[in-house]
Design a protein. Structure first.
Length: 168
């Protein structure tokens, strides 16, 4: 098992290696709905997604203000598909008001990361930006190596590894 500093480094770099997150929301009937969205992350580990107002997950986010997200290592990059590195976060969600400086700054970050499609999305009135604020989470490095995310400093993990079904 790698030393704790190597584990923290793997946790901190995984978000730079994946471009989209898996998104879990709940609809008005309480049924879970899975989706995905490209994202950007700021220095405080706040995640932002740019979504269509026509999508079910956008409606769910507006209705509940919560989501669970999963950032997961690409299957092709994983040495073992059963032990892919992954981060899960439980998030509170807020809609950024369109046309504000904050909205424009995040849209600029999307354009820097994803290129020429973003100006077109910016021009569509139904596209909205949500901030997903992690309230805690878990990083799984591999078999038998799961760590809690420090809820007070999202850039850090709490060691030693946790045991339980998620670590297998």
């Amino acid at each position: 098992m790698p030393n704790f500093d190597a584990v923290v480094a793997a946790y901190q770099t995984l978000p730079t290696r994946v471009l989209s997150l898996m998104l879990s929301t709940v609809n008005g009937e309480g049924l879970p709905q899975a989706s995905y969205a490209p994202y950007v992350m700021d220095d405080d580990y706040q995640l932002y997604i740019f979504t269509s107002g026509l999508s079910a997950h956008t409606h769910n986010l507006q209705m509940t203000g919560t989501a669970s997200v999963l950032l997961i290592e690409d299957e092709a990059a994983a040495s073992q598909v059963f032990a892919r590195q992954r981060i899960s976060y439980d998030c509170r969600t807020t809609l950024l008001p369109r046309g504000t400086a904050a909205w424009e700054a995040v849209a600029d970050r999307f354009e820097q990361r994803f290129g020429e499609i973003i100006p077109m999305l910016r021009s569509l009135d139904d596209f909205q930006i949500f901030c997903l604020s992690p309230q805690g989470g878990r990083f799984v490095m591999g078999f038998g190596a799961a760590y809690a995310v420090d809820a007070h400093d999202l850039s850090q993990l709490v060691g030693p590894p946790q045991t339980g079904p998620e670590t297998r």
